[in-house]
Design a protein around this ligand. Sequence first.
Ligand SMILES: Cc1cc2nc3c(=O)[nH]c(=O)nc-3n(C[C@H](O)[C@H](O)[C@H](O)COP(=O)(O)OP(=O)(O)OC[C@H]3O[C@@H](n4cnc5c(N)ncnc54)[C@H](O)[C@@H]3O)c2cc1C
Ligand code: SF4
Ligand code: SF4
Length: 433
Amino acid sequence: MNGATNHLNFDAVVVGGGVAGGEAALNLASNGYKVLLVEKELSIGGKMIMLSKVFPTLDCAACITTPKVSEISRHPNITIYTGSEISNINKIAENNFEVTVVKQPRYVVVEDCTACQLCEQACPVSVPDQYQYNMVGRKAAFIPFSIASPKAAAIDIESCVLCGACEKVCPTHCIDFTQEVQTLQIDTKTVILATGFKLFDPLMIPRYGFGMYKNVITSMQMERELAPTRPFNTVLRPGDGKVPDKIAYVLCTGSRDATVGNPICSQICCMYSIKQAQLLMGALPMADVTIYYINIRSFGKGFEEFYQQAKGMGVNFVKGKIGKISEQDNGNLTLRYEDINEGILKEADHDMVILSVGVLPNKDASAFFSQDELQLDPYNFIYQTDELVSPARTSIPGVFVAGTASGPMDIPDSILSAGSASSEAISYLINGQ
Ligand SMILES: Cc1cc2nc3c(=O)[nH]c(=O)nc-3n(C[C@H](O)[C@H](O)[C@H](O)COP(=O)(O)OP(=O)(O)OC[C@H]3O[C@@H](n4cnc5c(N)ncnc54)[C@H](O)[C@@H]3O)c2cc1C
Ligand code: SF4
Ligand code: SF4
């Protein structure tokens, strides 16, 4: 580890560069405050930058995210550290926090990289591509994805065999294997936590066959298949590349299920599944799409109409609880389910199954604070101490929460929540002056 410690000053540190953190950083920066945005991934944009389109308007997610991300990265008041994590936040006094940031080496000088991809082509090592949710491979020298910000290569040092092929072909000589981990000491007046959510891991429900049957995938994998920056040229099932024509969705996978430790509703899965079903009807007009649900929760503005629109397009809705999924010799899948309306067990065959995985808390933030306690709610999301009046406040004055770090919510609510967090932070900064 690099022993040199830098001391830097910012008005605000925003942790997490998803849609909520990005919005909060922009609001603060536009009001003249100096912001440090700390993101652990190689690109900002969070989950939204990986999505296809958004419910209920069906606007293209990348078309909304990329101008925002570019505004954030070009703003003179915002400094972004990607590939970086918080190791400690210490509150000294009101308006006085010491933050320790650990920046991992990218082994590429970002400012000099032209994203020409020659290193990718030369690199002999292939590994699963985490940004395509492991549906295709990538190289050890790689650009995370085509609309990443910063759009620059990185070296995955754990997979790298140090052959030097990338260095040899790089026209700008920006690959630098001497880069080291940097520990940076930051002084700031306020902190916004926008660390987002985790996706439920369907391996926890073995009877659904995820990880065992290749044609059982997650909703995030289907988002990638439907996105403009998709891994394949069409929607296909990973087992054999066949274009599916009888697709099933299993709602509430890992939500409203105390047996897997998550009794609450994830709020977004009904709507994103209905969205994907509509997109699939457009992409594969001959395909049958069936959604197995317990209840459809279409509570937001325009959501009920969006649900009815899907029915009108021919999406088949079955009120049914899935007991077990089993695989046939040809890779098709048999779903055994309880038809809730009729109260009887039934079976149905499909050639691809999408598990609509739920929203889980990201508990990272509670470990940031060594002296003060960042309280969590009973479901392990960040506790909002005054949810009705000041929803961004946490148990530590001067530390605010934005977006899904405080609970499941969709993109518009994450943006609203980021607005609330940034205005609370600005009031806190003004009061401290
Ligand atoms: C399959 C699917 C489809 C969806 N479709 C829609 C849709 O159509 N419409 C809609 O409104 N919503 C949709 N959503 C919901 C949407 O993705 C969320 O509302 C939104 O991403 C929340 O943004 P966020 O910034 O709160 O969290 P995230 O997107 O999770 O961003 C959090 C960021 O924080 C970073 N981070 C985490 N921990 C740390 C740490 N310790 N240090 C530094 N950085 C950290 C993460 O890397 C990430 O970049 C969908 C979700 C899924 C799963
Ligand atoms: S040095 Fe590593 S990243 Fe570069 S080409 Fe060789 S294996 Fe790939
Ligand atoms: S690291 Fe070099 S070879 Fe790779 S994309 Fe950047 S400029 Fe091109």
